[in-house]
Design a protein around this ligand. Structure first.
Ligand code: ZN
Ligand code: MN
Length: 479
């Protein structure tokens, strides 16, 4: 018998607001532990809750991007459970009237195009973070993240393959990050995904026993966890050796396995009730239209602009628009150097990305001054420096924020363009390598590169390799 896998996703995304959801504490990631805490977000009874308007607007933005119906009135509820990093013992969330419902996200995989339907998106507050100290065997609590605004995007069980899940998460990431809803960094926890998974005989329309996998912080981990859990479910159904129970399971990336965490709760277990501290929020049609009108360039529009207006090839355009960070760098550099967008794309894709990769960083971790990057590319383009010097300068711009124009002057890195200097260097190289020259004349083309390299070395790496090539050939043939 054949089995099919059925999955639904719950994706939590941290909203890119300055402050938290119900107080004015900073929502910024990376502060010292417990630096951003006040009575409201540390759960002191009776603290006032003031809803963050920006969080609601980012929620409306997410609704528009995912084709959801925005609620006319939304309310907040309390979801009760005790956990050490949740100081109030309840999470403020939306159960009865979430910000929006019934959405759709279109994805494309090797299996073709597909629409994933959404049940709803709701706004809620994040919990804090437990930091386990294995040295002392204690756990410490960091409340900086408590009450940071989140949206939870709940899909219907429309996924059948891991590839669809990855495509959907990538699509959400690009939609939301380009619109400024969130930076969607999985490794920093600003985008987190829980997968509800079950198996059933192919063709059946009832759902099997479902488990929920948590604790995955990369697309790779998600794909691996789905693979593991799918096999476990199918194996259990086939052999009857294991009884599947509805539960929450933790993914262990090092062991490559899921482990039972706790029995899965139903909504009733949380004793949801309306939060009397926050008034219902009326979302008018005018407000929605104002948010729609202020949306920045979408990722689709950007792709079209790169390909059609700037004439970049599809491949390059897709790499640049796969990351909000890269795409911002591209815009910033071309703002300062607009003569050759194709060359700017090459510098970003070939040079910048490989430096980042060497430093174990992804595209989204790159921070670079676009104006300085532009100056550097311009100097290579107008032959003030050669490409190799340009590559070295890029590392300096990236790591030390240098001004490449000044740096080239101060370190005399300008290209040697004086032909007589290059010819003198060539003469020395040819005199010192007569055997190699004979090999070349005898038909061994490969040694030519060696001669170019030796000449370049004599010129401190600062000449135009094409000029060396040309003069070298002339000189050898003249002899
Ligand atoms: Zn606070
Ligand atoms: Mn949630």
């Amino acid at each position: 018998m054949n089995y099919e896998i059925v999955m639904g996703l719950e994706v939590h995304v941290e909203l890119a607001t300055q402050s938290k959801l119900f107080c004015s504490c900073s929502a910024h990631f990376g502060a010292e532990p417990n630096e951003n805490v006040c009575p409201a977000c540390s759960g002191m009874p009776g603290s006032p809750c003031v809803l963050n308007k920006k969080a609601v607007e980012l929620g409306i933005t997410a609704a528009l991007l995912t084709n959801c119906e925005v609620a006319k009135v939304m309310t907040f509820d309390k979801k009760n459970y005790f956990y050490p990093d949740l100081p109030s013992s309840y999470q403020i969330t939306q159960l009865f009237a979430p910000i929006c419902t019934n959405g759709r996200v279109d994805i494309e995989t090797s299996l073709g195009k597909k629409s994933i339907t959404l049940k709803q998106i709701h706004i809620e507050e994040d919990a804090g973070k437990l930091v386990h100290d294995s040295r002392t065997g204690t756990s410490l609590i960091d409340f900086n993240r408590t009450s940071v605004p989140l949206i939870e995007i709940v899909s219907n069980p429309d996924f059948r393959e891991a590839e669809e899940v990855t495509a959907y998460l990538e699509k959400l990431r690009s939609l939301l990050s380009f619109a400024g809803v969130s930076d969607c960094k999985m490794q920093e926890g600003s985008m987190r995904c829980d997968v509800n998974i079950s198996a059933r005989p192919a063709g059946s329309d009832t759902l099997g026993v479902r488990t929920e996998i948590k604790n995955m912080n990369s697309l790779k981990a998600i794909a691996a966890a789905i693979e593991y859990e799918s096999n476990r479910h199918i194996e259990a159904l086939k052999t009857g050796n294991e009884v599947l129970v509805q539960e929450t399971r933790r993914w262990d990336d090092t062991k490559g396995m899921t482990f039972s965490m706790r029995g899965k709760e139903e909504a009733a277990d949380y004793r949801y009730f309306p939060n009397p501290d926050i008034m219902p929020v009326v979302i008018s049609a005018e407000w929605i239209e104002a948010v729609r009108a202020s949306l920045p360039e979408s990722v689709e529009d950007k792709l079209t602009r790169l390909m059609e207006t700037l004439g970049l090839p599809e491949y390059e355009s897709k790499i640049i628009t796969a990351s909000k960070t890269l795409s911002d760098i591209f815009d910033e550099v071309t703002k300062h150097f607009d003569k050759n967008p194709k060359e700017v794309a090459n510098w970003i894709i070939v040079e910048l990305l490989s430096i980042a990769k060497g430093d174990n960083k992804g595209a989204d971790d790159i921070k670079i001054n676009g104006e300085m990057f532009a100056k550097l590319i311009e100097m290579v383009e107008n032959k003030t420096i050669n490409r190799n010097t340009g590559k070295k300068l890029l590392i300096e711009v990236l790591n030390n924020g240098i001004d490449p124009v000044k740096y080239v002057q101060e370190n005399q890195l300008g290209m040697v363009s004086d032909t007589s200097t290059i010819e003198a260097a060539i003469a020395e190289v040819l005199a010192a390598n007569t055997k190699t020259v004979d090999e070349y004349k005898g038909g061994n083309q490969k040694v030519f590169g060696f001669l170019v390299g030796q000449t370049m070395k004599k010129l401190g790496g600062k000449a135009d390799p094409q000029v060396i090539n040309q003069l070298l050939v002339e000189r050898i043939n003249a002899n």
